[in-house]
Structures are given as structure tokens and as C-alpha cells.
Ligand binder design. Structure first.
Ligand SMILES: [Zn+2]
Length: 67
């Protein structure tokens, strides 16, 4: 995975796997930027998509009521 800041190659220096949660990786690039990456299970990913749809729906509705 490339660094989102400078686009250099990065490596993992810490992995956490909380119970019932997606795996969290702390990564560091050649320039010392640190960032996190998440590993999502298919199930969890679907949940997030559904959540997003719901969120946009709510936004849509509130916009309708505003005008
Ligand atoms: Zn970087």
C-alpha cells in the first residue's frame, strides 16, 4: 500500500485485531508518515454501504424539509 501523503511505499509496523472489529494496521512510509489501514470483512463492508445509503437518504429528506 502506498502512502496517501507522499505516495511512497509503506510497511506495516503494528497490527491490532480488536474483538468483533476489523483489523487495524498502522503503517509507516519511507518518509516517516504514519497512517492506518483497515481490513473489512465482506459483511462489515456491506453494513457500511447500507449505512451510507441510509445516511444519504436522511440528508435528502432534511434537504426537502429545509426548502
Ligand atoms: Zn509518506
Amino acid at each position: 500500500m502506498k502512502c496517501p501523503i507522499c505516495n511512497k511505499q509503506s510497511k506495516v509496523f503494528d497490527v491490532r485485531h480488536p474483538k468483533n472489529e476489523s483489523k487495524r494496521r498502522s503503517r509507516i512510509c519511507e518518509n516517516g508518515h504514519t497512517f492506518r489501514s483497515y481490513e473489512l470483512s465482506e459483511e462489515r463492508f456491506q453494513e457500511l454501504l447500507d449505512y451510507e445509503k441510509y445516511y444519504f437518504k436522511v440528508q435528502e429528506l432534511s434537504r426537502t424539509y429545509d426548502s
